[in-house]
Design a protein around this ligand. Structure first.
Ligand code: BJW
Length: 252
């Protein structure tokens, strides 16, 4: 059953000056992108470190590229869902609004979100590990197999963040600033177990934000949340956007 948005939460949403939407794989699930963890997750059979790490890539670049080629294909054939579009509507109304995403699928930007911080990279970008030259997907698809840099012969890899790697510094710093300045912080569709990203809701709460979590299942964050809305983001986010639009209409 879809939870009702309480009058208290409606007031919070209407009054919020700085809103952050922190998103994970669950937000793209209704677009057809498999999540990582859980029974249907892509890691229910494989260990994350065996695929999403530099060791795994160096050990078997062909296998890792096959995995990414498969996922690039899935992500090429999908579209943003009502959850992504609801965040765009909210951004149009809030004085300050940022999407901080762990997703690499580019769906927030494709939906029209303007302020998007990508913490774990973007699957549509690639770069040479030796000289740093950036490559688009056309190059990778044309290479078929393990792409090598035409400039220096180095291995080309997807521009995503693997386990044990640092997050992009600019995106991370901007995300921390946004979390510290938020008065409403929404953690949406993430299992909240991968750090340092998972520390952002706690940073926001410590800085005074109201912490709202949206997920069909409780997570390790749920006990810290001020409010937990249990359900799918593609259903709940449009309801929140509607509430926000109503508040703004009534304020004239
Ligand atoms: C729905 C829904 C619907 C479903 N609507 N919701 C011990 C303690 C603490 C930290 C560590 C530790 N040991 C190691 C670490 C560090 C490590 C880490 O956090 N590990 C933990 C897992 C133990 N972190 C790192 O290594 C990070 N770097 C780092 O720490 O740098 C410093 C450092 C440097 C050098 C040495 C040591 C430290 C980097 C992390 C990079 C993560 N990368 C990945 C792969 C990206 C590339 C790719 O995709 O190929 O990012 S892992 C994967 O997990 C991906 C995701 O962005 C990330 C988070 O997953 P997410 O989004 O939460 O997805 P799920 O599947 O877990 O959850 C989906 C949720 O949706 C579920 O809750 C569902 O219920 C819900 N849902 N349908 C709403 N319709």
């Amino acid at each position: 059953m879809t939870p009702v948005i309480s009058p208290g939460l409606s007031r919070r949403i209407g009054d919020a000056r700085a809103i952050v939407a922190f998103t994970g794989a669950g937000v793209s699930a209704e677009s057809g992108v498999p999540t990582f963890r859980g029974t249907d997750g892509i890691w229910s059979k494989l260990k994350p470190e065996e695929l999403a790490s530099m060791n795994a890539f160096l050990k078997n670049p062909a296998m890792i590229w096959e995995w990414y080629a498969h996922r690039k294909k899935i992500m090429g054939g999908i579209a943003p869902n009502p959850g992504h579009y609801a965040l765009v509507r909210m951004e149009g109304l809030a004085p300050s609004f940022a999407v901080i995403t762990q997703n690499i699928d580019n769906l927030h930007r494709r939906a029209g979100s303007r302020t998007v911080y990508e913490l774990h990279g973007n699957i549509e970008r690639n770069y040479c590990m030796k000289c740093g030259t950036a490559y688009g997907d056309d190059f990778v698809v044309a290479a078929s197999g393990v792409p090598l840099c035409p400039a220096c012969g180095g291995l080309v890899r997807p521009d995503v963040v693997w386990f044990g790697e640092m997050l992009p510094e600019d995106e991370w710093e901007a995300s921390v600033r946004a979390a510290e300045g938020a008065d409403l912080f929404m953690s949406i569709g993430t299992s909240a177990v991968v750090y340092p990203a998972a520390s952002l809701p706690l940073i926001a709460k410590r800085s005074g934000a109201y912490l709202l979590e949206i997920n069909p299942e409780p997570t390790p964050l749920t006990a810290q949340a001020d409010e937990f809305l249990q359900g799918a983001s593609g259903v709940l986010l449009p309801l929140l956007a509607e509430v926000m639009e109503g508040t703004h209409r009534s304020h004239g």
